[in-house]
Design a protein around this ligand. Structure first.
Ligand SMILES: [Zn+2]
Length: 422
């Protein structure tokens, strides 16, 4: 008997180890330099989509159609080559000292910025006078301002202003907070550079060489697999996680996107692996979305061209940022599906998995959004913890703890078999 118990415990813990080893391997691979930050330079997203399809195949999860892919086209602004910003004689480091705005245009410039106050920037008349003076005196050929310590409201206004200015002049924004990069589908005429306050020098001159290329018809692919359940009458469950990230900002710098969302893809694949070995009651679909960072484009395309009837979906769980979790998880849409949320909380409390499962209302912050809009019951789960590296070059594999990965895996497996909608 003791032997049997011991054997059970050992095989259970080995199963746990294997799953975490696979999760780490998948995350590490997706974050490696050869995947180029799963963006558009060197077709990193394509490399990632092939890797995920191969993993689905290895696990034994089947494609819905002939293959695992659903392709769609979109525009995207990219930075494939030069990314030089020199402040006087000092060459600044991309990602650490500066980033370019995702909409930034490119070009080669010698810049002498006119530093204006926020009050001037936000006053149309004052700004126009300042610009007129600049063009007459020809002493300055760029605008700079310091946007540290501003309210969200003011920052929003500045965002619009930056875009307007960059239609006809380069812009340098000095920031004190951490850099948060993104992806844009359009390109402005001139560069917008965010420069960190810690390196900024008053009255400096800038030598800039940035290559920016707008790709109007880039092909991205959602990667979709499924596992048939025992009972065909039960409404299927759908797990989703986006696999795209921000890609490269110049030929030397890439954004690995470990937490966001290589870790979520690892969770998706580990759930598939579990249910391949333990046949589920209901059928389960797995969708790795592309184009999330570029504006939830992959999920939008899927909802507009569904490969499974949307009305048949029992519940959808979208996961992102799965590498942490020391402070629990947050559930977006919790207030829309109270019964399902209570179930999640009950699973967690009975088995003491996570510190907390926090409730949040609806938000258009990831791929669940289009499904919610189309009437599909859906949650979006993301972890909370000490890892705050988000959309920056520090979101690396080594910064992930995976401390709660197994617990979240357990919660999701139990929830998907027994969920109740309102
Ligand atoms: Zn994400």
């Amino acid at each position: 008997m003791l032997k049997l118990v011991l054997c059970c415990i050992l095989s259970y813990s080995f199963a746990g180890f294997a799953q975490l080893n696979d999760a780490r391997r998948i995350t590490k691979t997706l974050c490696s330099e050869e995947f180029h930050g799963r963006g558009y330079v060197n077709n990193g997203v394509e490399i990632a989509s092939q890797f995920i399809a191969k993993e689905f195949k290895k696990i034994g999860a089947k494609p819905i159609k002939r293959n695992y892919y659903q392709a769609f086209q979109h525009a995207v602004n990219t930075f494939p080559g030069e990314m030089l910003v020199k402040q006087n004689e000092r060459v600044l480091k991309p990602g650490t000292h500066f980033i370019v705005d995702s909409k930034s245009g490119g070009g080669k410039f010698d810049l002498y910025p006119n530093k204006i106050t926020i009050a001037t920037a936000l006053n149309k008349q004052l700004l126009e006078e300042e610009l007129k003076k600049m063009f007459l005196e020809k002493k300055f050929n760029a605008i700079s301002f310091n946007s540290s310590h501003l309210s969200l409201d003011t920052l929003k206004k500045l965002e619009t202003l930056k875009d307007e200015l960059a239609h006809f002049i380069p812009v340098i924004e000095i920031v004190q907070s951490k850099f948060t990069w993104s992806v844009a589908s359009e390109q402005l005429q001139f560069p917008i550079i965010q420069l960190h306050d810690s390196v900024y020098q008053q009255n400096a001159h800038y030598t800039i060489h940035i290559e920016a290329i707008e790709l109007p018809n880039f092909t991205s692919k959602n990667v979709i697999a499924y596992l048939p359940g025992k009972n065909k009458k039960l409404a299927p469950f759908v797990f989703t996680a986006h696999y795209d990230h921000l890609g490269r900002m110049g030929s030397e710098t890439y954004f690995p996107g470990a937490n966001d969302n290589a870790s979520g893809v690892a969770m998706l694949l580990e759930i598939a692996r579990y249910f391949k070995a333990n046949k589920p009651e209901r059928s389960i679909y797995f969708i790795a979305f592309a184009g999330e960072e570029a504006g939830l484009l992959g999920s939008k395309h899927f909802v507009e061209h569904p490969l499974i009837p949307l009305k048949n979906i029992g519940f959808l769980m979208n996961v992102d940022i799965m590498g942490s979790g020391e402070d629990g998880v947050t559930i977006v849409n919790a207030t829309l599906f109270e019964k399902a949320f209570k179930q999640l909380v009950a699973i967690n409390e009975e088995q003491h998995f996570l510190k907390t499962i926090k409730s949040r209302g609806p938000a258009a912050n990831s791929d669940h959004y289009w499904f919610t809009k189309a009437g599909v019951p859906a949650f979006f789960m993301y972890t909370m913890g000490p890892n705050k590296n988000y959309h920056d070059v520090f979101d690396t594999f080594d910064a992930l703890s995976f401390n709660e990965f197994n617990d979240i895996h357990q919660i999701l497996i139990q929830f998907c078999q027994h969920f109740k909608t309102n």
